[in-house]
Write a protein that binds this ligand. Structure first.
Ligand SMILES: [Zn+2]
Length: 182
């Protein structure tokens, strides 16, 4: 996987100056997609980044807020949808990484891609839903359930159900006399 300069943050001004801090905001188009399941942030999607860079004794402490848009397929109705997606992460980039999984300061910059990618991929929903009350698919027909019908079947007081059925019949004779034959 190639890294991109889009993720590089220049820290030359604060290297070896503990106590110094910089805050920056910027945006870029994701050079590569995030995630491989039902929810992803596709390549080309706008990513807005708020970064705080703090010089500490061991290196540069990065705190970041990521604001972008996820593209997902609803786990209930299978319809594609997009939704705002935000995540935070914090990571120390050490001057002398002591362990293999520790991030380092490279020259005059840090590469935010690995921790940013981990944070986004971990936070993307495993079972996205287009909206909290998505009625999903009808378990019998496999068709998309009508949201209003689904809500009515719950909302109608059983004591009135018979009357409601009678009224519907009265108002909608054509549909009743011509049941959808499939
Ligand atoms: Zn849905």
């Amino acid at each position: 996987m190639t890294s991109s300069r889009a993720y590089e943050e220049n820290v030359r001004e604060i290297i070896n100056r503990p106590g110094e801090m910089r805050e920056r905001e910027r945006g870029f188009d994701a050079p590569e997609s995030f995630g491989e399941a039902l929810a992803t942030v596709p390549a080309g999607e706008r990513v807005d980044l708020e970064v705080r860079l703090e010089s500490v004794h061991e290196g540069i402490l990065v705190s970041a807020h990521v604001d972008t848009t996820m593209h997902a397929e609803c786990g209930r109705c299978l319809e594609p949808f997009t939704a705002p997606f935000e995540v935070d992460f914090q990571e120390l980039f050490a001057y002398t990484p002591s362990e293999a999984d520790e991030y380092g300061v490279h020259g005059d910059h840090v590469n935010l891609e690995p921790p940013l990618r981990d944070a986004v991929v971990l936070a993307l929903p495993f079972q996205p839903v287009c909206r909290p009350d998505c009625p999903g698919l009808d378990p019998e027909t496999g068709d998309l359930r009508d949201a209003e019908a689904a809500a009515e079947s719950v909302a109608v007081d059983p004591r009135w159900a018979a009357l409601a059925g009678f009224l519907a019949e009265d108002e909608d004779v054509d549909r009743v006399s011509d049941p959808e034959s499939k």
